[in-house]
Design a protein around this ligand. Structure first.
Ligand code: BES
Ligand code: ZN
Ligand code: ZN
Length: 489
């Protein structure tokens, strides 16, 4: 087996604070409608061209190739909501970055002529995230060097060093998560996933403990072990902890991530096209948890956070768990397993029960749990549900908007719970033909006794086509939302 490489060539984009740019540096001027365009090295002819593009043609981005350098002018336009303005700028940043990367530019200075810190940072964020590339398996030099943009300088009176540090951390953490998702199962099985978390823990400064198969057996994590039965590779259960001396929360907040390193559907085998062919992404929830822990620890946020990742592949091996099996879960409840492809809830249930040991203030799980969630809202947001109080829910929704990793809250009525009743056990692992994302959530709710939110990221975790700065393939969804939530905690 090939060891997963630890090269960081996926995104090498650094964000740094800079003095005013010199005359031959690539620049992006963030300006308002009436900002003067003098002082940026534009000729009178260029200035009138730009003005015409902005005013008559209603363009928001104008790019000039001055041969010795590129000049981009980005109009800052206030939308109905601040978070929509910021998202527009991230997308503009991605477009400008694509132009610079096409031109093999390596550096650029963003000049904040609008005097707006969050707008400047959003532009830089979109550029950096859009420059991500997963190229470790490209052997041709020409493919490898596709994106050369490696440093984005920011020249702004309003943006401070801490903002820039945190943006850098965000970019690094999203890169970590995306790369984990993009890595196939042949190089990232459950054991290797746990090793990656250990590496990330070392780098960022959080504690990582990995339970191996014998420990998982002694704990009697029946859900995780059942899914692992068809596999040759052993399961892992990773516990990550960030507990700085000074932390604001008395009780920890626990993050739980689905770590199915590959989902064949097990004996309830998935078809290949548009289904099994991208199921290396089924550990995206765990990548979000690892990425969030990485960001929180790097930024040394004053919060006590624990990350739990149950991990295995789901395969139809000789001893695979079979529809009809009854399984004793970690907390002692019995589950009638009727579909081997509903494996995520089996492993998450054990992790959610395990989380009770911490008497947590709040637990958030992230999982590529159901095709139903993706069918309901596509890739444009996260399906959310749970028992947390309004205050926590609103904070999470706000962070969802700020980062544009938006939450769509689904109903969580008692009636859905009826749909997972079993004739012979405490519950079954699938509901009826409708409301599949919610019945999956109701299954998880049988294993909690604390305020809890469930984020089903099956839609946005992995994109089949490039979508602006979110890229193609693993998006790292959840990392930015969680980091924002804890920054504002
Ligand atoms: N990993 C899948 C869900 C998924 C679908 C993730 C699309 C990413 C994109 C999950 O394990 C699954 O197969 N769920 C089943 C549940 C059903 C059998 C009750 C589903 O959604 O079909
Ligand atoms: Zn499945
Ligand atoms: Zn799955």
């Amino acid at each position: 087996m090939i060891r997963m490489m630890q090269s960081k060539n996926e995104v090498m984009t650094f964000v740094k604070k800079s003095p005013a740019p010199s005359a031959n540096e690539n620049i992006i001027v963030l300006c308002k409608q009436n900002s003067p365009l003098s002082g940026f090295g534009l000729s009178a002819e260029e200035i009138s061209f730009v003005k015409n593009e902005f005013e008559k043609k209603e363009k928001k981005t104008v790019i000039l190739n001055q041969l010795k350098r590129m000049v981009a002018l980005q109009l800052l336009e206030k939308k109905a909501k601040e978070y929509i303005t910021l998202e527009t700028l991230r997308k503009a940043g991605d477009k400008i970055a694509a132009y610079l990367n096409d031109a093999k530019a390596e550096t650029v200075v963003i000049v904040d002529s609008a005097g707006d810190a969050s707008a400047t940072l959003a532009l830089a964020e979109g550029m950096a995230l859009g420059t991500y590339q997963f190229i470790r398996y490209k052997t041709k030099e020409a493919d490898k060097i596709k994106n050369k943009l490696n440093t984005i300088y920011i020249n702004s009176k309003k943006v401070n060093i801490k903002d820039i540090e945190r943006l850098q951390i965000t970019i690094d953490a999203v890169r970590e998560a995306r790369t984990l998702v993009n890595e196939p199962v042949s190089t990232l099985n459950a054991v290797q996933l746990a090793k990656e978390f250990q590496r990330m823990g070392k780098e960022a400064g959080f504690k990582v403990t990995v339970f191996d198969k014998s420990k998982i057996e002694s704990l009697k994590m029946g859900g995780l072990l059942a899914v692992n039965k068809g596999s040759i590779d052993p399961p892992t259960f990773t516990v990550m902890e960030w507990k700085p001396a000074r932390h604001k929360n008395k009780k920890p907040i626990v993050l739980v991530g689905k770590g199915v390193v590959y989902d064949t559907g097990g004996l309830s085998l998935k078809p290949t096209p548009n289904s099994m062919d991208y199921m290396k992404c089924d550990m995206a929830g765990s990548a979000a948890v690892g990425g969030a822990m990485y960001a929180i620890a790097k930024a040394k946020l004053p919060v006590h956070v624990i990350g739990l990742v149950p991990a295995t592949d789901n395969r139809p091996g000789g001893n695979a768990y079979a529809p009809g099996d009854v399984i004793r879960m970690y907390d002692g409840q019995m589950v009638e397993m009727l579909n081997a492809d509903a494996e995520g809830r089996m492993i998450l249930a054990d992790a959610l029960s395990y989380a009770k040991e911490y008497s947590p203030e709040l637990v958030i799980d992230l999982a590529t749990l159901t095709g139903a969630a993706a069918a309901a809202i596509g890739s444009f947001g996260i399906v959310a549900m749970g028992t947390a109080g309004e205050n926590a829910k609103n904070k999470l929704k706000n962070s969802g908007n700020s980062t544009y990793e938006r939450l769509a809250e689904f109903p969580f009525w008692d009636e859905y719970d009826e749909l997972i009743k079993s004739d012979i056990a405490d519950m079954k692992n699938m509901g009826g033909p409708y409301g599949g994302a919610i019945t999956a959530g109701k299954f998880l709710a049988r294993f909690i006794d604390y305020p809890w939110m469930h984020f089903d990221i099956a839609g946005p975790a992995f994109l089949q086509a490039r979508d602006s700065y979110r890229g193609k393939g693993g998006t790292g969804i959840g990392v930015r939302l969680l980091f924002d939530f804890f920054k504002k905690y």
